[in-house]
Design a protein around this ligand. Structure first.
Ligand code: SAM
Length: 208
């Protein structure tokens, strides 16, 4: 952890981080009624901070288990005066289960989840049928789930299990992948991958 991340954690935690374990009241948290978008595994928070800044009419909840990433996002929020983001430093599944009210989210973002390349580790992947069932409960009708990955096998797997879920419809006209929506900024990692000729697959599904 860098000194700046450590300082951000020491001084800004109470201002932006939410307590795990209680069901959130978003209107109270943000002091207004606005669409809520959840980002799972925001990494260093670069794209979450940018998206939140460009969409001041929405409120954002970020979840991350990597503390330096939380410190990084805290510092960015403060530096850039971003008021529409709150953070959970905790496991995303537990937060979804225990803290997010039913039918409260307008969108769920999952950008570049850990792919767990080896077959014997596939069971650690966050996207699985029980995850799809969980997010279906938390999204409002008409809300969306957006995943992006640079690992084709994972993209194919996400596609397969979401196509099998009757609560969702694929927003891709060809019923597979979508072009990157404008609200998803390109990360440095992704730009580097694209320069090296790697693919990226975006999947956008709407909750009925
Ligand atoms: C490959 S990184 C991608 C980070 C970021 N979304 C990006 O595009 O740069 C995956 C992130 O998901 C986080 N993560 C993995 N499992 C998680 C979980 N169960 N709950 C919350 N975050 C998780 C990891 O700590 C890591 O930062």
């Amino acid at each position: 952890m860098t000194l700046a991340q450590r300082q951000a954690i020491d001084t800004l935690w109470g201002k932006y981080c939410l307590q795990q374990g209680e069901v959130c009241d978003f209107a109270e948290t943000f002091g207004r009624h606005a669409p809520i978008v959840l980002e799972i595994g925001f990494g260093n928070g670069e794209s979450l901070a940018k998206t939140a800044q460009e969409n001041p009419d929405k409120d954002y909840i970020g979840i991350e288990v990597h503390k330096p990433g939380v410190g990084n996002l805290l510092a960015q929020l403060e530096r850039q005066g971003i008021t529409n983001v709150r953070i959970f430093y905790h496991d995303a599944i537990e937060v979804l289960e225990k803290c997010i009210p039913a039918q409260s989210l307008s969108g769920i973002h999952l950008f570049f989840p850990d792919p767990w390349h080896k077959r014997k580790h596939h069971k650690r992947r966050i996207v699985r049928p029980s995850f799809v069932h969980l997010i279906a409960q938390k999204l409002v009708a008409g809300g969306y789930f957006h995943a992006a990955t640079d690992w084709q096998h994972y993209a194919q797997y996400i596609l397969k299990i979401l196509m099998a879920a009757d609560q969702f419809s694929n927003q891709s006209p060809s019923l597979d992948y979508c072009p990157r929506p404008e609200y998803r900024p390109l990360t440095k990692f992704e730009q580097r991958g694209l320069r090296l000729g790697h693919g990226v697959w975006d999947l956008v599904f709407k909750r009925h």
